[in-house]
Design a binder for this molecule. Structure first.
Ligand code: HEC
Length: 135
C-alpha cells in the first residue's frame, strides 16, 4: 500500500513537471506587458504610433521585424548603428544598447512591436532566447 502511495506521488510529480515544460509561452500576456516596456524604453525614438521620424526608423508595418528573432534581440542588446534600410528608406543613426533591460522586458517589447502597428508575427520571442544571446 505504502509503495503504491509513493508511486502515485512520483507519477503525478512527473505529470506536473512534464506539463509545465510543454506549456506554450503566452504571447498575448507578453504583448500586453510589452506595451508598457515600449512606452518606457522605445517610444521616445520610435514614436507613440511606431512610425518613427526622419532619423528614427519606424517599427510600424516594417519589413525589418520579419528578420530572425536573433537579429532583433541583438539590436536591443547591442544597439544598432550604420546604414540600414527599413521599408526601402535608408537610415543612418545610432540606437544605444539597452542591455540593462531584463530578458523579459526585451522579449515583451519585441513581441509588442511584432504584434502591433500593423505587424503580425505570432511566433513569440522568449526571455530564454534573450538570455542566450547576452554576452
Ligand atoms: C535613443 C533612440 C532609440 C531608442 C530609445 C530605441 N531605438 Fe530602436 N532604433 C533607433 C535608431 C536610430 C535605429 C536605426 C539605427 C541605424 O540607423 O543603424 C533603430 C533601429 C531599431 C530597429 C531596426 C529597424 C526598425 O525600425 O525596425 C528595431 C527593431 C528597433 N530599433 C527596436 C527598438 C526597441 C524594441 C526599442 C526599445 C527597447 C528601441 N528600439 C529603442 C533608435 C532608438
Amino acid at each position: 500500500m505504502y509503495k503504491i502511495g509513493i508511486l502515485i506521488v512520483i507519477v503525478s510529480a512527473c505529470f506536473i513537471l512534464g506539463s509545465s515544460f510543454i506549456q506554450k509561452y503566452d504571447l498575448a500576456k507578453s504583448v500586453a506587458r510589452g506595451k508598457e516596456a515600449y512606452a518606457s524604453f522605445c517610444m521616445n525614438c520610435h514614436m507613440e504610433d511606431g512610425k518613427g521620424t526622419d532619423i528614427f526608423p519606424p517599427v510600424a508595418k516594417t519589413d525589418y521585424l520579419k528578420k530572425p528573432a536573433k537579429t532583433l534581440i541583438n539590436i536591443v542588446l547591442e544597439g544598432q548603428s550604420g546604414e540600414i534600410t527599413v521599408n526601402t528608406k535608408k537610415y543612418n543613426a545610432l540606437m544605444p544598447a539597452q542591455a540593462y533591460l531584463t530578458d523579459e522586458q526585451i522579449a515583451d517589447a519585441l513581441n509588442y512591436i511584432r504584434n502591433s502597428f500593423g505587424n503580425k508575427i505570432t511566433t513569440p520571442i522568449t526571455p530564454n532566447q534573450v538570455k542566450g544571446l547576452r554576452q
